[in-house]
Design a protein around this ligand. Sequence first.
Ligand code: NAD
Length: 505
Amino acid sequence: MQHDKNVTATIGHFIDGKRVDGGTRVQPVFDPATGFSDKSVALADKLTVEQAIASAQAAFPAWRNTPPLKRARVMSKLKTLLEANADRIAALITAEHGKVLSDAHGELQRGIENVEYASYAPELLKGEHSKNVGPAIDSWSEFQAMGVTAGITPFNFPVMVPLWMWPMAVACGNTFVLKPSERTPSSTLLVAELALEAGLPPGVLNVVNGDKEAVDTLLTDPRVKAVSFVGSTAIAEYIYTTGCAHGKRVQALGGAKNFAVVMPDADIGNAVSALMGAAYGSCGERCMAIPLVVTVGDDTGDAVVASLKAEIAKMKVGPGNDNGNDMGPLVTKPHFEKVKAFVDAGVEAGAKLVVDGRGVKVEGHDGGYYLGPCLFDGVKPGMTIYQEEIFGPVLGVVRVKTLAEAMAMIDAHEYGNGTCLFTRDGEAARWFSDNIQVGMVGINVPLPVPVAYHSFGGWKRSLFGDLHAYGPDAVRFYTKRKTITQRWPAAGVREGAVFAFPSSR
Ligand code: NAD
């Protein structure tokens, strides 16, 4: 892509503890609040990514043998530095993503909690030990670092999602190459520099900006042992199949279409205020956002639609760095056009557009990618606004008669990331959470994003692989189990050769 004439700086990579250039291609980075670009990002070529992998490979032996407690102390120091630099980091997130500052701070806080959990790695790596599995024989399992590991992350959480991955990977003794989204590179790089300041040796964490060329290098290089991915489903599936075909361990988290169900007995006021944040927070650009509300019973549907309409009327849309605003712009112009086209398609398919955000204007920000909150009623299976992930501020109401009907719809959808139920009935809640085919479930909680000491992951086409992201699953994902059986006989192997299969009998 051509440089914009206003572009004055190019954002490079972070390899071996230093900011470096690399790659001849560049891409502009836009401020979505204004549509203006004054910087570009370098897109790493194969050679640059190979340099990052070589740096991680060289750093591995010493880092692997660094006592886990010393590695953990780096995480504790990083937590302090992230907290001290929170305003700077949040400002960079907002400048490139567009989300409001309070939301950027929330993302950072969730990321910090993952750093905090990674600082407990020595406890989590203690392994399993059994004495006397046979006469004078002890056996134990230990969890060894894999080597060079890699992460590929999406634009919508440029700080939090990388922090789901590399802190636990390096706390377990691995080294890491991170390929963040080329749309939001600056905050991710700042966090990597803070890790160096916290004491992470050069080469343990490397960051390469780039696109498919960089990703394909990571997926095919034999030195990379494990790959974590978060992004859209089509790319997640590609990452999973390509990485596995090259002998790597892969976890690839994909897209979503999360349903909220509102029961006739729910507290409608509470449900609607929860839904407002879940549908329109971060402009709907969250994999745990709620784009569909299923109302059980017509009275519930009428009450929810009326209440949502009234709440939407109070919302303020504008630049994310103005604390008075509830919702910022979409991330890029092409994404803005795509979301707007979904709204057009919904109208054409016959859904009723109760609130139309397409005409929203933000004074003094004509070039920004603003779409106001949109609300549809009468959304039905088969419509594109029902089937596809929109990733924008578009909420659709689907009306059904029973909870069983709502659950059948959720189970039939290709995605299974998150869902939630609003009710006062404990038995219905228990039935729902026990049976629904979705990986993360909320009861009167609209965004059931697990805390850092649980793990995060969806079902069906929302996740390829078996282990979920962060939490206890991350310790397993970034380590190889080795089981050692050891015997120290008093005077050599006294019994001589044994030909039966060994057992504790
Ligand atoms: P994306 O799939 O376009 O990009 C994700 C990453 O893949 C980026 O680093 C990008 O550079 C890279 N990439 C893009 N095209 C590629 C290609 N052809 N080959 C190789 N690599 C490629 O996703 P996005 O638009 O940045 O993020 C939004 C998506 O991420 C949504 O679908 C959202 O649901 C999903 N997401 C999922 C989760 C989750 O936990 N399941 C969390 C956040 C976001």
